[in-house]
Each structure stands twice: as C-alpha cells, then as structure tokens.
Design a protein around this ligand. Structure first.
Ligand code: 16G
Length: 192
C-alpha cells in the first residue's frame, strides 16, 4: 500500500499535507452522513496518487470513465514522473479500499499558469470517477469538493470542467455554472 500516513511522500504525486490541511469551511455542499478527506468512509483512505497505484487498479478504474488503452508499467511510470516534474501542476487525488488495496475513486485538478488576470492560474477538474460498486457513498462529491477547495486555495481565478448533460445538476452544487455565451468546443484527432 502506498502509505502517506507518516508524511512519507516519495511515492506521492504531491505533498499529502496539502490534501489533509485543506479548509473545508469553504465547501459549498453538505454531507449526510458526514465524510471528510481524513475519513471518507469505513475502510476507505483518501490520498494523492502514488507511483504504485498501477498495481492497485488505477488504470482499470479509469476505464470506467473512458477508453484507456493498453498502458504498460513503464508508460505509467514515465507519465507519473513527467507529472511529478511539473511542480504545483498535477493534483490527482484517489480513494483506496484498504481491505482490497484497490483504488476505487479518483479525481484530477490540473493547474494552468497564465499571463492574463495578473499572471493568475486556472484550474481544470478532470477524470472524476468512482468505481460502480462504491457509488452512492458521496465519494464523487467529496472528490470534486476537495479539488474545488484546493483550486481556490492555490489561488486560481477560475476552475472549470466538462461534463455530460446528465451531470450538470451534480456539478452545480459546487458553485459551477454554465456561462452565458461561452461554449465548449472540441476537435478529436484520434480514437485510441
Ligand atoms: C469527462 C471528464 C473529463 C474526461 C473525459 C474523458 C469529468 C468532470 N469530465 O468529460 O475529465 O477527460 O470525460 O472522455 O470528469 P473522452 O475520453 O471522451 O475525452
């Protein structure tokens, strides 16, 4: 297991203290029953993505969101290292089932540095996924809430995400809203 409980962060994508010290008084949503980063639910553990998560089913979890293709350990590690070498940019938070040692939930915050808005930065929330057997436990809500608070704490002037129509209501609880006159446009170059 990728342990960060003792402040060990060699294997973590980012410093776990950032996650455990977030100020949830800024949260725009409610939990019933209460869950938190330090206590996401019985038998569950929330932490930054670790290099060893390749062996804890991380890619298979992502395949519940979209196509992942065949990714070898070497490819995973190279991508992990590339993200790690961009400080303050990639925040991937996962939830692990301690018993099965499987990653069962994940969400990503990517920070893009800008010249505009007084050299500000913007956040993008990506790849929110909770394994089908763990849905209905407020884990997606906790992941998104955590990344929203993190983006605000980092100082982003805005944060955004892309989602399907049926997810708009879910995401609006975090203060996210469709902006009048703004459109999401996309061109796809290849199918993997
Ligand atoms: C969803 C995700 C996005 C992800 C995409 C993958 C959220 C909020 N949105 O739009 O982050 O990258 O699905 O779909 O998690 P694609 O492989 O078709 O681009």
């Amino acid at each position: 297991m990728c342990s960060v409980q003792n402040g060990i962060k060699e294997e973590s994508l980012f410093d776990p203290k950032i996650l455990y010290n977030l100020d949830f008084s800024k949260s725009t949503t409610q939990y019933n029953p209460a869950v938190s980063v330090k206590d996401p639910g019985e038998g569950l553990y929330m932490r930054p993505l670790c290099r060893s998560d390749y062996d804890e089913g991380y890619m298979s979890l992502l395949s519940q969101l979209t196509k992942v293709g065949d990714v070898s350990r070497e490819e995973f590690e190279a991508r992990f290292s590339a993200m790690e070498s961009c400080p303050d940019s990639y925040y991937i938070v996962v939830i692990e089932d301690i018993m099965t040692k499987k990653v069962i939930g994940s969400g990503t915050l990517v920070i893009e540095q800008k010249f505009i808005r007084k050299c500000s930065s913007r956040g993008r929330i990506e790849d929110i996924v909770v394994s089908d057997q763990y849905r209905g436990k407020q884990l997606g809500k906790l992941l998104v809430d955590t990344l929203m608070i993190l983006s605000q704490q980092i100082g982003c002037y805005k944060v955004s995400l892309e989602c399907k129509d049926n997810m708009v209501n879910f995401y609006s609880q975090f203060g996210l809203a469709k902006e009048e006159g703004q459109n999401y446009m996309c061109r796809r170059f290849k199918e993997m």
